[in-house]
Design a protein around this ligand. Structure first.
Ligand code: DLL
Length: 436
């Protein structure tokens, strides 16, 4: 039977969702115009005032917010409440320069807990569950975000954080953990170490896994499900908006329901900023209509996906986003062909001998881009003759070429030679930027 955390809200009809969104949007625009000088200035430049928001569609007249705006206002310039009302800060690990800082009021934390509890319920968790949170705890939102939702639900919550994998496995077995929250690449790592320790999936009581924070393919999903003996669900979120639980998959696994009573989702063309046609893919843009501390108007996530408003078999009415393929900034352009690392993963894992451990190396040699994929393979292939190995490399290269239209050099590497992830996996080494 379908489990809900807040059935009334999760199943309200589309009209009710739009009404709720409109009421909250109006209040939000007045709030930021009054309390956030940065937003007020932006709106005044465009000649837009709170009274101009007369329908939900007027959202599109509001300015976008970008990562650059967050940097320009570092650290607290976009906060909409006095610091006395902020009870927690999180920050994203900026690869360059300063991180982006997000503040939460007590009510924001409660809203986040509620969203996370809805996500866990979607996987079938309830207060009888034992939830191991193996996302990193700290400024990263994964650990604490999942933790508070599981606790809110009344489940036994185990704040394992990431790392020390053998101990994680011992706890999962000894504590009878039913639900595991971590990145999909860390789940693979756990599966591998479990095997090395001489355990099998039957030693676990796992029912489901709540995996996100990085792109992962459906082939990776099957791999994790087979190895750990659980149902693997995708969860999406980002520090700027609210960490994990912006959206989550139901058991139909045909997209992730976005909690539309808290977030308005739009898809726009990443170059022009114009809305795409219904069902087309583009940049996911999110407006947080229920946050007090750090509300964002039309935030360009740079995550590429589509939106699906069709009714879902689970009964939830909130829109579904497709599994994000990756951020526009993670998209590789190799000799003019656009490709996301997750697409390469999908092709690789469709070849049975390939282990889900790989690294993508992009370089520029003699002014031409080169793509090398290092993959770990079964011991069995390594013990094969040279011809067998060459044939295998050719098959993998041809498959990449026929599906993605790019030439790749396949380098087979020994089992365990690619670093294992405890959080977000680093799949791509782009040496082109180093050579410029
Ligand atoms: O990764 C929040 C999170 C923690 C989500 C735990 C889910 C689970 P950031 O570190 O700010 O926050 O990274 C956000 O990660 O814009 C996406 O590009 C990517 N991302 C997050 N979830 C998914 C997912 C957290 N399920 C950035 N699939 C986002 C693909 C994801 N990419």
């Amino acid at each position: 039977m379908e489990k809900f955390w807040n059935k009334h809200v999760e199943t309200m009809n589309r009209e009710q969702i739009r009404e709720t969104q409109f009421d909250k949007l109006k209040a939000l625009v007045t709030n930021i115009y009054t309390n956030v000088p940065y937003y007020r200035d932006k709106m005044q430049v465009l000649g837009i005032y709170p009274g101009d928001i007369k329908t939900l569609d007027d959202l599109s007249s509001l300015p976008f917010t970008t990562k650059q705006d967050l940097r320009d206002t570092y650290p607290f310039g976009l906060f909409a409440v006095p610091m006395e009302q902020i009870v927690r800060l999180h920050a994203s690990s900026g690869t360059t320069g300063k991180p982006t800082v997000v503040g939460y009021t007590r009510r924001d934390i409660e809203m986040w807990e509620e969203c996370m509890a809805r996500c866990l319920a979607m996987e079938g968790a309830d207060k009888s569950s034992r939830v191991q949170v193996s996302y990193g705890y700290g400024l990263f939102t994964g650990g604490l975000g999942a933790h508070y939702g599981a606790e809110k639900m009344g489940a036994v919550t185990i704040p394992a954080s990431s790392g020390n994998t053998q101990r994680q496995i011992m706890m999962m077995i000894d504590f009878g953990v039913t639900h595991l929250c971590c990145t999909p690449s860390y789940a693979m790592n756990i599966a591998e170490v479990m095997q090395e320790m001489g355990h099998t999936k039957d030693d676990f009581k796992l029912i489901s896994g709540c995996f996100g924070a990085e792109p992962w393919s459906d082939s990776m999903r099957s791999e994790i499900e087979n190895r750990l003996g659980l149902h693997a669900y995708d969860i999406y979120g980002l520090s700027e908006i609210m960490g994990p639980s912006v959206s989550h998959e139901c058991r139909y696994q045909n997209g992730l329901h976005i909690w539309e009573d808290n977030f308005i989702a739009e898809i726009t063309n990443p170059d022009t900023g114009l809305p795409v046609k219904p069902g087309e893919s583009g940049d996911l843009v999110i407006t947080t209509i229920n946050k007090e501390g750090f509300p964002l108007i039309r935030y360009k996530t740079r995550d590429i996906c589509t939106l699906n408003y069709e009714p879902c078999g689970c009964g939830r009415t909130h829109v579904r986003m497709s599994k994000p393929a990756g951020r526009t900034d993670d998209m590789l352009i190799i000799r003019g062909v656009n490709v996301f690392p997750s697409q390469i993963e999908s092709v690789l894992l469709s070849i049975s001998e390939i282990q889900p451990h790989y690294q993508i190396i992009v370089d520029r040699i003699n002014n031409s881009d080169t793509l090398t994929i290092e993959i770990e393979i079964d011991e069995s292939i390594f013990s094969d003759d040279i011809k067998g190995i060459e044939d295998f490399q050719k098959t993998a290269g041809n498959k990449i070429n026929s599906v993605l239209g790019i030439n790749a050099k396949i380098r087979l590497v020994e089992p365990k030679s690619i670093p294992r992830s405890e959080g977000k996996a680093k799949r791509v080494i782009d040496r082109r930027s180093l050579n410029v």
